[in-house]
Ligand binder design. Structure first.
Ligand SMILES: Nc1ncnc2c1ncn2[C@@H]1O[C@H](COP(=O)(O)OP(=O)(O)OP(=O)(O)O)[C@@H](O)[C@H]1O
Length: 288
């Protein structure tokens, strides 16, 4: 199976944050969701992938080359930023006239179709668009130049629930063509429940895991039991614990092991991606 993106030992330090030794691959033909709490380093990593931020170590290969060696590859990426990089005083039409010539494969028919679908008028000025409408415009651009990779930083942020679903369906349709791939970051794990094939989970500048979504959901297990079960010996089986008035809830990273230890004494349940993110980020010891 070929990789559309290869991230090798990427590090980047800012004054109060470090992305350290990030390493993973993204498979062609799939949707990969990038999740993690605020400040985990998702946007920084996406900017490094786009060659907008230079890493202090390591490299990113997209379609087999680095963008520094082969800047023309950017054309094959449909990038959606988490910031508005359009000119506020321009209309959508004038912005489009400026952007389109950068792309050899600009598809004006597709662009007008997306504007219609997203209920945007070419006459609107960027500054008069709501946050969600700016996101829609950005998506229309990213989808209109026959990109092989859609790389999107929080594309569902600011979208209402109805359009959010429509967008996820639309992204699902994009990868029907098995040559296309999608990477997108989100805070909303339900976006991923719906469409992601792979999950890259980042926390504090590091990758916690990069795995097939179904395998992740099968590997972890939620353990629910009485407080009397919680002692130091048991804590080693958990990545995070939450204590309530009557009992505890914890996430174990190894379902089989947890089944052996807790079968009969605690309740074992399948976690959601949100449970996995919550317990991993929160940790456990401090709460017990
Ligand atoms: N140019 C910069 N200079 C200094 N610090 C930076 C810079 N860019 C990012 N950071 C810091 O790096 C950290 C990670 O930021 P980043 O935007 O990558 O996180 P994120 O996972 O996308 O977060 P969010 O989910 O809140 O968007 C933050 O603490 C941020 O303040």
């Amino acid at each position: 199976m070929s990789n559309v993106v290869e991230i090798r030992g990427v590090s980047k330090s800012f004054e109060r944050f470090a992305l350290s030794q990030v390493q993973f691959e993204v498979k062609k033909g799939f949707i990969t969701g990038l999740i993690g709490p605020n400040g985990a380093g998702k946007s920084t990593l996406i900017k490094i992938m786009m060659d907008m931020v230079r890493p202090s170590a390591g490299e990113v290969r997209i379609f087999g080359s680095t963008l520094a060696d082969n800047p023309g590859l950017k054309e094959r990426i449909g990038y959606v930023s988490d910031e508005n990089y359009f000119y506020e005083n321009m209309t959508i039409r004038n912005m489009r006239k400026m952007i389109a010539p950068f792309y050899q494969h600009w598809d004006h028919t597709a662009f007008t179709r997306y504007l219609d679908l997203f209920e945007l008028s070419e006459k609107s000025k960027i500054k008069d668009l709501s946050r969600g409408m700016k996101m829609k415009f950005s998506l229309a651009v990213a989808l209109s130049h026959d990109a092989d990779l859609l790389l999107m930083d929080e594309p569902t942020a600011g979208l209402d629930p109805v359009f959010r679903r429509e967008l996820l369906d639309l992204l699902g349709e994009q990868i029907m063509d098995e040559n296309k791939s999608i990477i997108f970051s989100t805070h909303n794990t339900t976006d991923l429940d719906r469409i992601a094939d792979y999950i890259v989970f980042m926390n504090r500048g590091k990758v916690v895991f990069n795995d097939n979504k179904d395998e992740v959901l099968e590997r972890y297990v939620l353990v629910k039991g009485g407080r009397e079960l919680l002692d130091k010996d048991v804590l080693k089986y958990f990545v995070g614990v939450r204590e309530g008035a009557h009992g505890f809830e914890a996430l174990a990273p190894d379902r089989r092991e947890a089944e052996k230890v807790f079968q009969g004494s605690a309740l074992l349940e399948a976690p959601t991606l949100e449970d996995i993110m919550y317990f991993t980020v929160k940790g456990g010891k401090a709460h017990v």
